[in-house]
Design a protein around this ligand. Structure first.
Ligand SMILES: [Zn+2]
Length: 286
């Protein structure tokens, strides 16, 4: 055990190669794929399992719009600290973390206790305390090493945690290896349908029971007022989804949309969607 929690070796049986999805073996400072022989370093206790790139990495033609720029942000711990601190300092952001935490807790109450929850992107761990007491283990993953390092240093939760870099398009975990996935503030960075479909598919692939995914609501007041002001703009303000699109994405992956709460009625267009796997869709996990 490191002072920060169990080492990545503690979850070896949950890990899958982000390249080929076969099992990984964990050594003292590297991780190796037993099938394709890919090697991933462990740096200062953080498993570097992020496979970068957009849809070309899963065989869908690259689109000029897609969200890979976002992957380049926050590689630096100072930049990550700045992003995280704005939620405590900037007046418009104050109150957001408590509201988001309440929404997460409301979702978690509906699904009960978990053995393991994956938080991706974990950012600086701002929201981890909202669900940490409802699980035995949290896997904290972010595409950006800066966010992971900042989160490990700054975040308060006392639950055992494992840290890694990972892409939500290639989650380095086996199918149904965790009870649930919490994916806050990622889907609205993904401008293409291919990327959003991939995100929901990956999140439900690794989850045995549920996922909490936020999205920017196309029918929110925030989005509608922007539309009125920019009637001729072809570009969306930020990539948005509708409730029915989210319900379809859930269904396509063997889940149901069971709750769909707005972060706020006026100030934000974000919604918290709780997706629960249909019991009939799969053999139950032991
Ligand atoms: Zn492999």
């Amino acid at each position: 055990m490191t002072p920060d929690g169990p080492r990545i070796a503690a979850i070896e049986s949950l890990l899958a190669c982000p390249e080929c999805r076969d099992p990984l073996s964990v050594g003292p400072d590297w991780i190796r794929c037993e099938s394709c022989d890919a090697r991933y370093p462990i740096d200062d206790g953080v498993a570097l399992l992020a496979l970068r790139g957009g849809s070309e990495t899963w065989g869908v033609a690259q689109d000029a719009l897609q969200g890979t720029e976002y992957q380049a942000e926050f590689q630096d711990i100072a930049q990550a600290a700045e992003y995280n601190l704005q939620f405590r300092r900037r007046p418009l952001k104050l109150g957001v973390t408590p509201r988001e935490s309440r929404l997460i807790r409301r979702c978690i109450r509906q699904v009960g206790r978990s053995h393991a929850i994956l938080e991706i992107p974990c950012g600086g761990g701002r929201l981890t305390p909202a669900f940490a007491d409802a699980t035995d283990l949290v896997i904290e993953a972010d595409i950006a090493i800066g966010q992971v390092l900042y989160g490990r240093k700054a975040s308060q939760a006392t639950v055992p945690r494992v840290w890694m870099t990972a892409s939500a398009f290639h989650i380095p975990l086996r199918d149904r290896s965790v009870d649930g996935v919490i994916c806050v503030r990622l889907s609205h960075h993904l401008p293409t349908a291919a990327e959003r479909e991939r995100l929901f598919a990956e999140v439900m692939r690794v989850s045995s029971r549920f996922a909490i995914v936020t999205y920017f609501d196309r029918h929110s007041l925030k989005h509608l007022t922007w539309r009125l002001r920019h009637p001729f703009s072809r570009k969306a303000r930020k990539p948005a989804l509708s409730k029915s699109e989210v319900a379809s994405l859930a269904e396509a992956n063997g889940a149901r949309l069971v709750s769909n709460e707005p972060l706020s009625r006026f100030g934000s267009g974000h919604r918290y969607a709780l997706l629960v796997r249909d019991p009939g869709s799969s053999p139950a996990r032991g």
